[in-house]
Design a binder for this molecule. Structure first.
Ligand SMILES: Nc1nc2c(ncn2[C@@H]2O[C@H](COP(=O)(O)OP(=O)(O)OP(=O)(O)O)[C@@H](O)[C@H]2O)c(=O)[nH]1
Ligand SMILES: [Zn+2]
Length: 198
């Protein structure tokens, strides 16, 4: 992605994507000139650029911006982080929850930065497996904790609205590094994310 000035990039790309959506409307049998649809191509373009803004954001920089030296060395768990992403096969939403934990090794990170990192990777075309790994690897290589764990539970609209049309299936993906590779620590994490206590 060329790093042109963001505003200039947004105006140019919004115009291009808007033109494409107008063509799509015509191809599916709609009349882009009817009143209700006049602004739809531009709205859809802005929505798509919002949902894919992760391509223009840097998760490593976000984490590095709020790392603090601390000796705390127990598990830090942020659970039930809402996730909205787009599957790369159909560009339809998949959505659910992410649970992220790490065990610090000299540094902690500002709590809000974890959901921000989740969003940076979710706001791209993804598969749930790669989204899980992207979050895991980013935290592992940037914060260098003793361990990191990521679990994502999600429903895929491409399996609900079309295709196999299953309304209640949930897909769970997970990744573990460092101390979470040991079953004791992993089990403590899994117990915490399944508990109803907040
Ligand atoms: N592993 C994985 N698969 C996904 C994800 N999101 C969507 N898919 C699947 O991607 C696959 C694409 O398969 P294809 O056979 O090429 O596409 P399709 O003909 O539209 O498949 P159906 O959805 O079965 O109708 C489907 O099985 C989807 O369920 C994801 O996050 N991870
Ligand atoms: Zn899909």
């Amino acid at each position: 992605m060329p790093y042109r000035h963001l505003e200039e990039y947004n105006i140019e790309v919004t115009r291009e994507v808007t033109d494409h959506y107008e063509r799509i409307l015509r191809e599916i049998g709609e009349d882009p000139a009817r009143e209700g649809l006049l602004k739809t191509p531009e709205r859809a373009a802005k929505a798509m650029l919002f949902l894919t803004q992760g391509y223009r954001q840097d998760a490593v920089e976000i984490l590095k911006g709020a790392m603090f030296r601390e000796s705390y060395s127990e598990m830090v768990l942020i659970k039930d982080i809402e996730v909205y992403s787009l599957c790369e096969h159909h560009m339809l939403p998949f959505y659910g929850k992410a649970h992220v934990a790490y065990i610090p090794d000299g540094h902690i990170v500002g709590l809000s930065k974890i959901p921000r990192v989740v969003d940076v990777f979710a706001r791209r075309l993804q598969v749930q497996e790669r989204l899980t790994d992207d979050i895991l690897e980013c935290i592992n290589t940037t914060l260098k904790p003793r361990g990191v764990a990521v679990v994502i539970e999600a429903a895929h609209m491409c399996m609900m609205m079309r295709g196999v049309q299953k309304q209640n299936s949930v897909t769970t993906t997970s990744g573990f590094r460092g101390q979470f590779e040991k079953s004791e620590t992993r089990n403590e994490f899994l117990k915490l994310i399944s508990s109803e206590l907040h």
